[in-house]
Design a protein around this ligand. Structure first.
Ligand code: GLC
Length: 431
């Protein structure tokens, strides 16, 4: 009885102290959050062994490929045309402010020189550390590197399989403590050997979301480890829930915050910096059969809509097995870069405009300026209440003009939008 009492007391003290450890971000972290929140465009890269099968990054799971058979692809991975400098230059020219790279996806293959698993890039014929090359190049070109890290592993038997990866490996040898140690060792490596890492982007929590006994991912301790190693490193988790304690950004998958067309994003918009990740076609990892890319216009509209919610767009590309980026993606990147070079002031470092005017009229705001983005060329007139006195109203871009009247707190705009216009941006400057 006495023993039981002591155990209960210990448990209570422990849970109080665990609860008390509410995360307090450092000044450096807060500064990084601010920079992140001003970035607006990041490039997501899904590149790994799965690229060789050219059927997207879920191929192993969807086709129930045995882990040992799948791993044979490692003996042929030779992306001889990979050039980190070319990639990073293309992303910068596109106007992106950060890159998020899949260091290890659900298939369990590590794209860096890790001593914690032989299943890594150094043991391919290519034999070079991809994360190292990207990190060095990002640091050289002054763009942040974020690392995607999967909580799931369809190859390692110590990872206790959830709802996925049930047909790829033996399920009887799960050993969570061993797997947890392995992940933390790998994360320590990534956060120690590659200079500043802008963010760790976790994915896979949902694998155990439907367990009858709630699964404990021990995230708090893992998050503490990351913040101890790099206090400025932002933590995001694609768990499709409201942010957990210890996280620095809120992620939405394939939906502009506040929308839920894909079924992953019912969560409320919280106070942390926001990010929406989305594909250029329909796939994250390279899929030869999927050439259905969004048009430049659709991509710019997506960027404008996410900006209109005060969120970043993390736009995905699935690099090819030879190490090059698909031509279709490169073309779109360069067009987006041109558009941002002219209209970037209405996107970067803006916040949500604060109006709800439907899908075709989006507003962003920056200090003394309100930007009204007209996404439908049929719009010829807009009327909206503005609380501050208006100093000037102009249309951004060459040969664009706007007629306006401002009376009793109401702004009326008249525009004539050319048919080929992607986004007619009206800039209102307040007194
Ligand atoms: C989903 C997918 C994963 C992809 C991620 C990107 O979680 O499982 O393959 O990496 O979305 O947002």
């Amino acid at each position: 009885m006495k023993k039981l009492l002591i155990t209960i007391v210990c448990f209570c003290v422990l849970s109080i102290s665990v609860q008390a450890q509410t995360y307090v971000p450092t000044a450096e972290n807060l500064q990084n959050r601010k920079e992140f929140a001003e970035s607006r465009l990041g490039i997501f890269l899904h590149w790994g062994l799965y690229s060789m099968f050219a059927q997207g990054e879920w191929y192993m799971n969807s086709a129930n490929v045995d882990a040992q058979e799948y791993a044979k692809a490692m003996n042929a991975f030779y992306p001889h045309r990979f050039d980190a400098r070319e990639w990073v230059s293309a992303f910068k020219a596109a106007g992106a402010k950060y890159i998020c790279f899949t260091s290890r996806h659900h298939d369990g293959f590590s794209m860096w020189n890790t001593k914690w698993s032989d299943y890594n890039i150094m043991n391919t014929p290519y034999g070079e550390d991809v994360v190292r090359q990207l990190a060095d190049e990002c640091h050289r070109q002054g763009i942040k590197l974020h690392l995607y890290y999967s909580h799931i592993d369809w190859s390692r038997e110590d990872y206790p399989a959830g709802k996925t990866g049930r047909g790829t490996k033996c399920l009887d040898r799960a050993d969570w403590p061993a797997y947890y140690r392995f992940m933390n060792n790998q994360l320590t490596e990534l956060l120690t050997n590659y200079g500043e890492i802008g963010a760790i982007w976790f994915d896979g929590w949902w694998d155990h979301a439907a367990d009858s006994i709630p699964f404990d991912w021990e995230l708090e301790e893992q998050y503490r480890l990351i913040h101890r190693l790099q206090p400025g490193c932002l933590i995001g988790n694609n768990h499709h829930q409201s942010p957990f304690d210890g996280e620095d950004i809120q992620i939405f998958e394939r939906d502009v915050p506040g929308e839920n067309k894909m079924g992953f994003s019912g969560q409320d918009i919280g106070v942390l910096p926001l990010e929406t990740c989305q594909t250029m076609n329909h796939s994250w990892g390279y899929k030869a059969a999927d050439q259905d890319y969004k048009s430049v216009k659709e991509l710019v509209h997506l960027l404008v809509r996410t900006s209109g919610k005060g969120a970043n767009l993390l736009l995905n590309i699935g690099p090819q097995p030879d190490g090059t980026l698909p031509e279709a993606a490169l073309k779109r990147l360069s067009e987006m870069g041109k558009w941002l070079a002219s209209y970037g002031e209405s996107i970067y470092a803006t916040g949500a405009g604060g109006y709800s005017l439907g899908d075709s009229i989006i507003t962003t705001r920056n200090d003394n300026h309100l930007y009204i983005h007209l996404l439908d060329t049929a719009i010829d007139h807009v009327s909206l209440p503005v609380p501050q006195k208006v100093k000037s109203v102009e249309a951004l871009g060459e040969n664009c003009r706007v007629d306006y009247t401002y009376r009793r707190g109401n702004l009326d705009l008249k525009v004539d939008i050319p048919d080929d216009c992607i986004d007619y941006v009206v800039k209102v400057t307040f007194k």
